[in-house]
Design a protein around this ligand. Structure first.
Ligand code: SF4
Ligand code: SF4
Length: 78
């Protein structure tokens, strides 16, 4: 019998980020942080740790910038 495994990941569009940190504070899994680099507007941007996202979308709903955050859910079948 196949088993479904759901995975999620957060994709930050660095060029749309204004560095407000709302997503970092909203994430219940603490998998977002502010990076040390700056985008073309001169703002530091949020960075995803690369794992641990549960796809809750709290970051997405707290972000004031349309297009800065995308949540992708992948469903894999064994
Ligand atoms: S979707 Fe939820 S768990 Fe994933 S990065 Fe955003 S706030 Fe964190
Ligand atoms: S909430 Fe949006 S604009 Fe603010 S740091 Fe996170 S991605 Fe950037």
């Amino acid at each position: 019998m196949s088993k479904k495994v759901e995975k999620a990941k957060c994709i930050i569009n660095a060029e749309e980020c204004k560095g407000c940190e709302r997503c970092v504070n909203a994430c219940p899994k603490s998998v977002l942080k502010m990076g040390k680099e700056f985008n073309f507007m001169g703002f530091p941007y949020a960075v995803y740790a690369g794992s641990g996202c549960i796809g809750c979308a709290a970051c997405f709903y707290n972000c004031p910038e349309p297009g800065a955050i995308k949540i992708v859910k992948l469903i894999e079948e064994d």
